[in-house]
Design a protein around this ligand. Structure first.
Ligand code: FES
Length: 99
């Protein structure tokens, strides 16, 4: 086993899980939101914010569900329209980590 330091300061996980038996984040547009945030993070944050698709976060009825580290909080009932607000919040958090 070996360790390697992460280059990112913030890691964002967005549920992209598809459920057949109940509501799920994928049906609410989580893939589109993930793709937009991944593109923004890659192009605008020099990969200091990394965005990942995740499996179910256990908050299916409150999706789209996301979580961020190291903040360790859930963002629930997220909509694609929240993209600008999410971006702003992540950019502000990144500045705090870097200062
Ligand atoms: S399907 Fe997204 S939290 Fe369960």
């Amino acid at each position: 086993m070996k360790y390697e330091e992460l280059k990112s300061h913030i890691e964002v996980f967005i549920c992209n899980y598809k459920r057949e038996d109940q509501e799920c984040c994928l049906d609410k547009g989580s893939k589109e939101l993930t793709d937009k945030l991944k593109k923004w993070a890659k192009e605008e944050t020099n990969k200091e914010i990394k965005v990942f698709r995740s499996g179910c976060l256990g908050k299916c009825s409150e999706g789209i569900a996301m979580t961020c580290f190291p903040q360790k909080n859930y963002m629930l009932d997220v909509r694609i329209d929240d993209f600008e607000e999410i971006k702003k919040g992540l950019a502000e958090a990144l500045q705090k980590f870097k200062s």
